[in-house]
Design a protein around this ligand. Structure first.
Ligand SMILES: Cc1ncc(COP(=O)(O)O)c(C=O)c1O
Length: 458
């Protein structure tokens, strides 16, 4: 079966763009409304991945355009190094009501990478100011993605996205992946005991590195691109918290994708009874309407910075940008007025249940996630969990193209098995969808997987 004809533009002819890949053909997306987008031929696609897991309130919302226009006409920019601005004060105050107890401040930046970069530096300076000047290492976890700036890469455990760049940054130690589906101690159902055992691996790394050199541990609560919807056994995060306390290591939770309602709680970590030291977020904060990220330290971290004459030794031109803050505030108001976090929980549970139907395909190994942050892991052998033979580019391209043929946008990813193999897709639709929309996603995914099976002989 060949793919439907769609108008595409080669990577070499995209105006003045330096495209991600020159040697590829791009479909041009021209407009969006709700959870649909249209291409230049007016083909409509169901956006089952919210743009890039960020368009959480759907496309084309007039309320957000109005808030942006009003703020840009009033004051588009002022330097946060020199002045305060009202939208940033109002937005961060609103975030403080949305975050768990103890989180009252947000350091507002322009992306998820910057939010994590800021968290890494904040953790380092926190220890420095307290006299623990040797603490600088930030331990990450294998099969995690924290961004593309140097610090964020250094803590990411996603070889496919970093291996060519490795000489450029410190490659900090990594704790093993804590995914139940590929747990070395159980078949995925080991529960608390396995959660604690996996967390104890972090303790051994801290001891090995020397606790006096370790500043922080960073983890996604529910993993995004690096492991599509996977999250550890219960007991894992609770034990991580104990270990961090014991060794004076800050616990950073990367909620760039999971935060702001995506998993059916305000923040993913709230699925467990654990309070981290720093939360980072981005994506859904502004719903894709403007680039924003935020680093939210707990009060006990903030206290160290309160008395510093020269403050936090970090900053960007676009920190606390008024236009972005006004948009972020409007997006949060939009979410709250429609109770989208609860909707994510309820419709996510429905979608998760209906997706079970896809287990009829032998190459579907695991369907997982929380709220509307769901993922599918594909395998060559369901029994042994061995990756597909066509693992990587061929399978993932096929999945994406077949998705477009069936009018649905998927997010193929992988490389989580043995650093290069393994295939996944995220399913992360806007938090505004209802159960009928969820059913449409399942129907379209079913048709997509049937085509993939045909094409690859699965
Ligand atoms: C969990 C997580 N952290 C950090 C990032 C980096 O965010 P950005 O692409 O906005 O820099 C991403 C992006 O996909 C992410 O999913």
């Amino acid at each position: 079966m060949s793919h439907q004809q769609r108008t595409t533009t080669p990577g070499t002819e995209l105006g003045g763009m330096f495209p991600r890949v020159f040697d590829t053909e791009y479909v041009t997306i021209t407009r969006g409304q709700g959870h649909y987008v249209w291409d230049a031929d007016d083909n409509r696609y169901l956006d089952a991945i919210s743009g890039n897991q960020n368009v959480n309130i759907g496309h084309g919302r007039e309320e957000i355009a109005a808030a942006a226009k009003e703020q840009i006409e009033t004051l588009e920019y002022t330097s946060s190094m020199l002045f305060a601005n009202e939208p940033a004060m109002e937005y961060t105050a609103k975030i403080a009501e949305f975050t768990p107890d103890g989180f009252e401040h947000t350091w507002l930046v322009g992306s998820g990478s910057e939010a994590n970069e800021s968290a890494i530096k904040m953790a380092r300076q926190y220890h420095f100011e307290r006299g623990d000047e040797r603490k600088y290492k930030v331990i990450g976890r294998r099969r995690s993605y924290h961004g593309n700036t140097a610090g964020a890469m250094a803590v990411s455990g996603f070889p496919a996205r970093k291996d060519k760049m490795e000489p450029l940054f410190q490659n900090f130690p990594k704790a093993p992946s804590a995914t139940p589906y590929r747990c070395p101690y159980c078949d995925g159902d080991g529960g608390r005991e396995c959660g604690i055992e996996r967390a104890n691996e972090l303790e051994r790394i801290i001891q090995d590195e020397g606790a006096e050199s370790v500043a922080a541990f960073i983890t996604e609560p529910v993993t995004g691109a690096a492991n599509a919807g996977a999250y550890p056994h219960d007991g894992y995060f609770e034990r991580v918290r104990e270990i961090c306390d014991e060794y004076n290591v800050l616990m950073i939770v990367d909620e760039v994708m999971a935060g702001f309602g995506r998993t059916g709680e305000n923040f993913g970590i709230e699925h467990w009874d654990v309070t981290p030291d720093i939360i980072t977020s981005a994506k859904g904060m502004t719903g894709g309407y403007t680039p924003v990220g935020g680093t939210m330290p707990h009060r006990r971290v903030v206290e160290v910075f309160e008395d510093l004459e020269n403050g936090f030794q970090h900053g960007h031109t676009y920190c606390f940008n008024p236009a972005s803050a006004a948009i972020g505030k409007a997006v949060l108001e939009y979410m709250q007025a429609r109770d989208l976090v609860a909707n994510s929980r309820q419709v996510g549970a429905h979608l998760h249940e209906e997706l079970q139907r896809l287990y009829k395909y032998d190459f579907v190994g695991d369907i997982r996630g929380k709220g509307l942050m769901l993922g599918i892991e594909f395998v060559g052998d369901r029994e042994t969990k061995a990756p597909l033979e066509d693992t990587g580019e061929r399978f993932q391209n096929e999945l994406f193209e077949s998705g477009l043929d069936n009018s649905i946008i998927t997010y193929p990813t992988g490389g989580h098995v043995d650093a290069s193999k393994g295939d996944l897709t995220l399913l992360t639709p806007p938090l505004t969808i209802d159960e009928a929309d969820a059913d449409e996603i399942v129907d379209r995914m079913d048709a997509t997987l049937a085509d993939v099976a045909d094409e690859l002989g699965l």
